[in-house]
Ligand binder design. Structure first.
Ligand code: ZN
Ligand code: ZN
Length: 307
């Protein structure tokens, strides 16, 4: 049976909020837990409007240390504290800014009642993993150290055939788990491989969501391929190509070309400069090259199956 992944665009603007748009941030709800990507000012009210729970936030991923991506975190922590949160929280941010962050946190004197783990991201790697989910960092190309994130539901190898396993005299327990995870085992001197006990015709591919902001277009890399949802910054329209390059942001046309190259299924443009009151042109420019382009509005929600 599949579970739902609920993805909410809490905000979609770049650098400055407008009267209609908040700063860019995405909340993903999966299996009763919330994962927050970027934490700008006003993020609390946006989460409340989305009817999601602030207390269910398990992880906060900060792409980089520009104010429009993290100024909301101190207020959010304070609210969690005032609501007597007990459950630990993990905050991921570029290693280069870990100490800056801890210094501000200390001077803000929130005196959190719960445990906060701050993880400094140094390179591209899986930074969070549980039974069904991996979250991996991706190095971006911006004016300061910046990481994007891959939210990937783990693929399953197939259906574990218990009868076959018992016939091979494998005792129920940890060896079953090892085989289900795709590892071979040795029993009575005999090696048993996963495909002896797993029906691979039931193999399932987990959904992949990319969150890439702020950045110039990055080179194609195998792990970016075939995403179901690509959320990419698009600070400018194509007329600002030169400027975008200079300040290390992306344009409509650049992002559309990138989406095509990495064979994304759907593209969502966020972090659009507040100078664009209307985004029709940006949508047209991108859609010409990549048909499945969308520009979400604040609080737009996607609901997709995990497999
Ligand atoms: Zn930004
Ligand atoms: Zn930035």
């Amino acid at each position: 049976m599949s579970n739902k992944i609920k993805l909410i665009f809490l905000g979609t603007s770049a650098s400055l909020p407008t009267s209609k748009k908040n700063l860019t941030s995405v909340l993903i709800n999966y299996q009763g837990q919330n994962h927050l990507f970027d934490c700008p000012e006003n993020v609390q009210q946006q989460i409340m409007k989305s009817k999601q729970s602030i207390m269910k936030i398990k992880n906060i991923f900060i792409t980089h240390f520009h104010g429009d991506h993290f100024f909301g975190i101190f207020g959010l922590l304070s609210t969690m504290n005032l609501n007597n949160r007990e459950e630990g929280l993990t905050i991921y941010l570029p290693e280069k800014n870990k100490q800056n962050f801890l210094d501000i946190l200390n001077s803000a004197q929130i005196n959190c009642s719960f445990n906060i783990t701050v993880v400094g991201i140094k390179k591209e790697q899986i930074i969070y993993s549980d039974k069904n989910l991996n979250i991996e960092s991706v190095k971006l190309d911006h004016t300061i150290s910046t990481f994007g994130f891959i939210f990937k539901i783990k693929d399953t190898l197939g259906k574990f055939n218990r009868e076959k396993a018992l016939k091979l005299k494998i005792p129920e327990g940890p060896l079953f788990s090892k085989l289900s995870e795709g590892k071979s085992i040795k029993i009575n001197g005999k090696v048993i491989t996963p495909n002896q006990v797993i029906d691979t015709k039931f193999k399932k591919i987990g959904k992949k969501i990319l969150y890439l902001t702020d950045t110039k277009i990055i080179p194609v890399n195998k792990k970016l391929l075939d995403s179901d949802i690509l959320i990419h910054e698009c600070t400018f329209g194509k007329e600002e190509e030169k400027k975008a390059n200079l300040v290390k942001h992306s344009t409509s046309v650049g992002v559309a070309g990138f989406a095509k190259k990495i064979k994304a299924k759907h593209l969502y443009l966020v972090h659009i400069s507040s100078r664009y009151q209307e985004t029709d042109n940006i949508l047209t420019e991108s859609s010409k090259l990549f048909k499945n382009t969308m520009i979400p509005k604040d609080l737009d929600t996607l609901e997709i199956d995990d497999y």
